[in-house]
Design a protein around this ligand. Structure first.
Ligand code: G6P
Length: 491
């Protein structure tokens, strides 16, 4: 907040994202508030709480749909209101085209090289354009000044930056792409690649998690759009408008709110084992995420299988707890994964289990941040085996949860996080045997080594927390505004 006021006095902040930070669902007379499982939400919510402003997002709960019209705003968070939420309602048919279709059957598999074939339909593209228009119009409606700072989030809104720029030419538009950007050849699969690139180049600043993704973006622009690329200054100029393209690795708040009031690690260990019906000395490895095919959930279960096959002494000593929040289940690529995971867990449990011992515990439901942190604190190992991931905040949350400086992180080399958390045991998740070996190493790691590694990772996350992520973008935004002001004066 301080940074915002000192570097950008009087600036108005608006966020555009598909996912809303608070979902209100009515169940009879009760309204339940749910915080969605989304890396994007967990990163931006603390920033928004600190700096205030308006968050424009798709209204996904059922509670306010009939009572609150599309132009109403509510103050959130419910207990300490500090910013406004403007919900955009989207019909089921639009949602099929925009969210399930273009965003999640097109852009998501296209950008994550996870070998699920991207599907591009003309009708989805139309819905995507229409919804981007609707959000851009909401930004213009909400803006009180002609030069707000607009934070556009993710692959759902590649067209919105240009649409906002056309209506608010002086706006500072910071677009952040939360998923990877593939190489030019892969991106060329998208039938509307030129329009997607043109839309993004309406931004003042375009952010990716890693330099590697920025480089892929530059190559894609170079190949498909007539523009001037200045690699040295990391800019692309299209029709006289300059966009800075930079890496801003996303992170989490420090200290994390979910750590507040958590019982000591020993208590968490005991209570979680009791709740799962496990003996006090059983070792626990955890995996926690949305049930997404990019996360390598089957691959890590196969690694547990491999370990128990090669080293049967771990039987009855080790339980792998996979928490998976159902997500995008309407798409067959997701429902099939869920079925496959259940079948694989059953098969592994049948082959390696006995007398009530089940090596794999699969918990398919949404867990609150507090429950997740408790599980992290109870675990010996956390496995993040994404096949491809822009950053992966689970890895950072696990380290943040371990204020006892114990526990081992097994981390896929295909996550943005692996570039920052080099003290984790880095694995290729496609190599089952390698992941199994890392799991074995993790389970045998002496305490002092755990401490050394965990301390270094915690230090990195503490320093490069989410406020720094947002702060670096805002400082670059301030520089760009200053330059623009000088250019305006000179005119
Ligand atoms: C990823 C995306 C986010 C998205 C989240 C949850 O982290 O980058 O934009 O919100 O997944 O997915 P969902 O489809 O449930 O919003």
């Amino acid at each position: 907040q301080q940074l915002l006021h000192s570097t950008l006095p009087d600036a108005e902040v608006l966020i555009v994202s598909n996912r809303e930070p608070y979902i209100h669902n009515r169940d009879g007379d009760r309204t339940e508030v749910q915080i969605p499982a989304s890396g994007l939400v967990s990163a931006l919510e603390p920033v928004m709480r600190a700096c205030g402003g308006t968050w424009i997002a798709h209204g996904s709960g059922n509670a306010d749909r009939d009572t609150v019209d599309s132009h109403d705003r509510i103050e959130v968070p419910p207990d300490h209101p500090s910013y406004r939420l403007r919900r955009i309602w989207i019909t089921d048919e639009e949602q099929d085209g925009f969210y399930y279709g273009f965003a999640n059957e097109g852009m998501w598999p296209l950008c994550h090289i996870a070998f699920v074939r991207p599907t591009f339909r003309e009708s989805d593209w139309k819905a995507y354009q229409r919804i981007n228009e609707r959000f851009a119009a909401a930004v213009v409606e909400e803006a009180k000044t002609d030069n707000p700072i607009v934070l556009v989030q993710d692959y759902h809104f590649a067209l919105a930056p240009r649409m906002i720029r056309d209506r608010l030419p002086k706006a500072t538009i910071i677009t952040f792409w939360h998923i990877p950007w593939p190489n030019a050849e892969t991106f060329s699969i998208c039938p509307w690649k030129e329009q997607i690139i043109d839309g993004l180049l309406g931004s003042t600043i375009l952010g990716f998690h890693t330099q590697f993704h920025c480089n892929n973006f530059f190559e894609t622009v170079d190949r498909f759009v007539e523009s001037r690329i200045d690699r040295e200054h990391a800019t692309v100029t299209l029709s006289g408008h300059e966009t800075m393209v930079r890496a801003y690795p996303i992170s989490i708040e420090w200290p994390p709110a979910a750590l507040d009031g958590q019982p000591p690690v020993e208590t968490c260990r005991r209570e979680v084992r009791e709740a799962l019906g496990l003996a006090a000395d059983v070792r626990i490895a955890v995996g926690i995420e949305r049930f997404d095919y990019t996360k390598g959930i089957l691959d890590r279960m196969k690694a547990v299988d491999d370990l128990l096959t090669r080293q049967p002494q771990w039987k009855r000593q080790l339980v792998f707890v996979q928490v998976a929040a159902p997500t995008r289940s309407k798409l067959s690529s997701y429902s099939t994964l869920q079925d496959d995971a259940v079948a694989l867990a059953d098969d592994i449990n049948r082959r390696h289990g006995s007398d009530g011992y089940k090596p794999i515990v699969l918990l398919i439901r949404h867990h609150s941040a507090r429950e997740v942190f408790k599980l992290f604190r109870a675990a010996d190992v956390c496995i993040v085996s994404s096949l491809h991931d822009g950053m992966n905040l689970v890895a950072k949350e696990f380290a943040a949860a371990r204020d006892d400086e114990r526990g081992v992180l097994v981390l896929s080399s295909f996550t943005g996080a692996s570039r920052e958390l080099s003290e984790a045991l880095i694995v290729n998740p496609y190599h089952v045997h390698e992941t199994a070996t890392a799991l074995d190493t993790a389970l045998r790691m002496p305490e002092h080594e755990q401490q050394e590694r965990m301390r270094a990772m915690r230090q990195q996350i503490r320093e490069w927390n989410v406020y720094r992520w947002a702060g670096r973008m805002l400082i670059d935004a301030a520089t760009s505004r200053r330059r623009q002001r000088i250019l305006d004066l000179a005119e």
